[in-house]
Structure formats: C-alpha cells, structure tokens
Design a binder for this molecule. Structure first.
Ligand code: AP5
Ligand code: MG
Length: 213
C-alpha cells in the first residue's frame, strides 16, 4: 500500500502513523523525523534544515524532494509499501512526488487527511512530550505515558514553542489547500475527523484504509 497522511502541525499525523505502520507493516517516511535525525547528527543537511525548522519555515523543496526520492528508491518500499507523513507540503512537492513515483513505477493508493480545528493545536503541541529512548510521542494531558513517569526521560521539540507553532500553522494552512485539491481531483482523499480521542481517530483511519486496500 502506498499512502499519504496529511494534516496541520499537531493534527496527529505521527500518532496515527505509528498505529498504521504497526497494523499494516508498511514503511513510515516522515520528512520531519528525517530532518531531526540529520540535525542530531549535525550533518550539512541537518544544519541547513535547522535554520528553517527553528523559524517554523519549510525547508527548501529541492532539499526535501531529494531526500524523499532517495528514500523511496530503497528496497523496503517495493516490498512493504509506504506511508508518507509530512510530505508533500507544497504543490511543487506534490508534482515532484508524482514524477518520482512514476519513475519508480509506484502508484499512490490513498490520502488520509486528518481534519482538526486549528484552535486546538497550540495546546496539543505545547503539551507534546517524546520519549528519549524510543521516540514515542505522548501528551502530558491528552495521552500521558502509563503509570508514574519520570519527566527526565522525555523531551519537548524546539519548534513546539508557541511563537514557532503560530508560524508553522500559518505556513501549513496557506500551502495545504492546493495539495488536497490536487489529490481530490484524483479521488484519492479520505477526510478523517481529528477532533476526537486518539483511538477513535484510529478506528476511522483503519476503516478508511481497509476500504482502500
Ligand atoms: P513535522 O515533523 O512534519 O511537523 P508538523 O507537520 O508540524 O507536524 P507535527 O509532527 O508537529 O504534528 P503531528 O501531526 O505529527 O502530530 P502528533 O501526532 O505528534 O515537520 C517539522 C518541520 O520540518 C516543519 O515545520 C518544516 O520546517 C520541516 N519539514 C518537514 N517536512 C517538510 C516538507 N515536506 N517540506 C519542507 N519542510 C518540511 O501529535 C501532536 C500532539 O498531540 C502529541 O502530543 C499527541 O499526543 C497529541 N495528539 C495526537 N492526536 C490527538 C488527539 N486525537 N487528541 C488529543 N491529542 C492528540
Ligand atoms: Mg509528526
């Protein structure tokens, strides 16, 4: 299966992606995760990405298109399929993805669009905590780790500060619409109500994927 998951920052793409890859055994490709790994390793690409991410801006298309193209050419993709999370994020990235998929002989099966009320997103992102060892995402209030947990085992993302979040939301709201229209034109999009509890969102996501399969 070849899927995209779309939604504003904090919509729950990563949270749902973790459940999708566990259930369906497909490869998760998150451009945000790839950039954060490169930032951690302080590679040239990581340093460049950081200069945009810290401001809540998008990393330039040519860089992003390049890393996705390389990743999609890896052997696990043909074997297992993929779930792209956080890409494409501009209409030019959507065109680049069309081109890359056609070069690789792959076809998109569906787009899961998580619809959320933008008002709720600052609260979601300011409460997000990520486990240092496993990378698993939680929320201090909406999805706390089980039992008594040690806060030192978790970190918060640098770009989850309210002022950066506001810029991320502005950028993504303005860029997202044409991408969705592009895929709606191909009848690929399923809209999911994202203002529900995580497990209920996943129930709806699963129903959508089972229809696509
Ligand atoms: P990226 O890492 O993709 O961030 P994003 O799109 O801003 O989305 P997030 O990861 O913040 O949110 P999410 O939807 O995954 O939500 P999550 O599941 O964690 O990108 C970061 C940056 O990298 C970009 O700003 C850009 O600079 C750069 N970049 C990445 N891709 C790029 C591209 N293609 N082109 C150019 N630049 C690019 O959930 C959030 C919180 O809410 C968690 O705490 C979670 O527990 C909680 N939560 C989840 N679901 C629910 C629910 N249903 N109810 C209550 N709480 C919930
Ligand atoms: Mg994410």
């Amino acid at each position: 299966m070849h899927l995209l998951i779309m939604g504003l920052p904090g919509a729950g793409k990563g949270t749902q992606a973790a459940k999708i890859v566990e259930t369906y055994g497909i490869s998760h490709i998150s451009t945000g995760d790839m950039f954060r790994a490169a930032m951690k390793n302080e590679t040239e690409m990581g340093k460049l990405a950081k200069s945009y991410i810290d401001k809540g801006e998008l990393v330039p298309d040519e860089v992003t298109n390049g890393i996705v193209k390389e990743r999609l050419a890896e052997p696990d993709i043909k074997e297992k399929g993929f779930l792209l999370d956080g890409y494409p994020r501009t209409i030019d990235q959507a065109y680049a993805l069309d081109q890359t998929l056609s070069e690789l002989g792959l076809q998109l099966d569906g787009v899961i669009n998580i619809d959320v009320d933008p008002e709720s997103l600052v609260e979601r992102l300011s409460g997000r905590i990520i486990h240092k060892e496993t990378g698993e995402t939680f929320h201090k209030v909406f999805n706390p780790p089980a039992g008594d947990y040690n806060e030192d085992d978790y970190y918060q993302r640098e770009d989850d500060k309210p002022e950066t979040v506001k810029r991320r939301l502005d950028v993504n709201i303005s860029q997202g619409q044409p991408i969705l229209e592009h895929y709606r034109g191909q009848d690929l999009v399923t809209d999911i109500e994202g203002n529900q509890e995580i497990d209920q969102v996943f129930k709806d996501v699963k129903e959508a994927i089972d229809r696509i399969k």
